[in-house]
Design a protein around this ligand. Structure first.
Ligand SMILES: C[C@@H]1O[C@H](OP(=O)(O)OP(=O)(O)OC[C@H]2O[C@@H](n3cnc4c(=O)[nH]c(N)nc43)[C@H](O)[C@@H]2O)[C@@H](O)[C@H](O)[C@@H]1O
Length: 381
């Protein structure tokens, strides 16, 4: 039961059928797109599970994509989730609503959050040697976030809370203020998955279908350049080649360009009928050209998705990233980058598409030293 720590307030919780209550969250600014997708799942599962238990009038507000550190285009506009995902599909799993919808429902031009909980970690997660789920309200404090760039959002009360535990434990904080209708959690990345890897987890993951325009563009590309019109393509191998900060500071995890070529060559030798390689990457053009040159000299045909500036303007860096992910997800064999959430999301997509996991959980290894195997997070249907 959710409210074990404060049963009294739970019993008093006011739920009127016609009044929707809203849960908002934001995420630590430096976190990237693909970790944020995982944080969404934790909240969506929290709300959907509560709905099953009769807490039916809570909705989750989808935090607009704003000012993402890695994205160069459109940083200062609030991008709705529908630009990247199929909203109806998300709503088939959990009651979620876009921020612009929250504004358009209300007659007011401003939005006031009743209580904003600023979550922070306990200094020692394993106090006395045990990991215990717990929270502690520290008192009023100030919010150092940006409300997704909206100047017209404020909070009546801001409380700092040390928090350690699963998302569902946040209901205990919610129940401290039974009359509140708008509650926000800052640092939504701190609470943990309730049901990592379970059927519920995968049901939620499956509901994260991409925006159909992005799917269309990716499929057209696959058909035209990679000669495949089915979901599982035998015609190409795909690689997520994470560079930038990974290449600069994770030399023990990622290979050099020549090391990358060697590993792709080795994988392709096992696929005698496959000569095409699709590379998804955040590498610079010069790195990519070098990789292409080396692979071409071995007789392979290299492809990467080069969006026009109009396309970048229309879909943003996030949209282009998704197109790369879709193309990677349909390949006969996939090789990803160690500990990249961008890679993890492709692997999940391939699990959903039904690929054998041996074609999916492969990684690029460093040129020298240990190369740990990737954990296999296989689908539960
Ligand atoms: C270690 C952590 O790794 C995290 O990155 P990691 O999990 O790879 O995954 P993301 O956080 O999604 O990657 C950051 C961004 O880099 C771009 N990007 C990376 N790979 C590709 C690609 O193959 N194609 C395209 N189009 N874009 C790519 C994309 O904009 C993505 O949102 C970082 O966000 C954290 O800041 C931290 O550095």
């Amino acid at each position: 039961e959710y409210c074990d720590a404060s049963t009294k307030s739970c019993e008093n919780e006011i739920e009127t059928a016609d009044s929707k209550k809203l849960i908002f969250y934001d995420v630590n600014p430096p976190e990237g797109f693909n970790l944020r997708r995982d944080v969404y799942m934790r909240f969506a599962i929290m709300i959907s599970e509560a709905q099953k238990r009769g807490k039916s009038n809570w909705e989750l507000v989808l935090p607009p994509w704003y000012n993402l550190y890695h994205w160069k285009t459109d940083r200062r506009t609030q991008t709705p989730w529908s630009q990247f995902f199929d909203l109806k599909a998300l709503q088939s799993f959990a009651p979620v609503v876009e921020m612009h919808e929250v504004f358009s429902r209300s007659k007011k031009k401003t939005l006031e959050i009743d209580t904003l909980y600023v979550l922070e970690n306990f200094e020692d997660a394993f106090e006395n040697g045990v990991f215990e789920e717990k929270w502690e309200v520290l008192g009023e404090c100030s919010y150092d976030g940006q409300f997704w760039g909206y100047k017209n959002i404020t909070a009546k009360e801001v409380l700092c809370v040390k928090f350690q535990g699963k998302n569902s434990k946040l209901w205990e904080l919610v129940s401290l203020h039974p009359h509140n209708t708008k509650i926000m959690f800052a640092h939504g990345e701190i609470p943990l998955h309730d049901t990592y890897g379970t059927k519920t987890y995968w049901d939620c993951r499956k509901s994260m279908k991409f925006n159909s325009n992005l799917v269309k563009i990716a499929k057209k590309y696959i058909s035209k350049y990679l000669n495949c019109d089915s979901d599982q393509c035998k015609t190409y191998l795909s690689v997520h080649w994470r560079r930038q900060d990974f290449a600069r500071s994770r030399g023990n995890d990622v290979p050099s360009i020549t090391g990358t070529v060697k590993q792709i060559h080795k994988a392709l030798k096992k696929l005698p009928n496959t000569k095409k390689v699709f590379i998804a990457t955040d590498a610079s053009m010069s790195e990519l050209n070098n990789l292409e040159k080396e692979l071409s000299s071995l007789g392979y045909e290299i492809h990467f998705f080069l969006p026009s500036s109009k396309m970048i303007e229309e879909f943003g860096d996030g949209g282009i990233a998704i197109i790369d992910q879709i193309i990677c997800s349909h390949a006969v064999h996939f090789i990803g980058t160690h500990e990249s959430t961008f890679t993890f999301r492709i692997q999940e997509e391939r699990e959903i598409l039904g690929f054998d996991s041996s074609t999916t959980f492969n990684r690029l290894c460093p040129d020298t030293g240990r190369c740990e195997r990737m954990s296999k997070w296989t689908i539960v249907n």
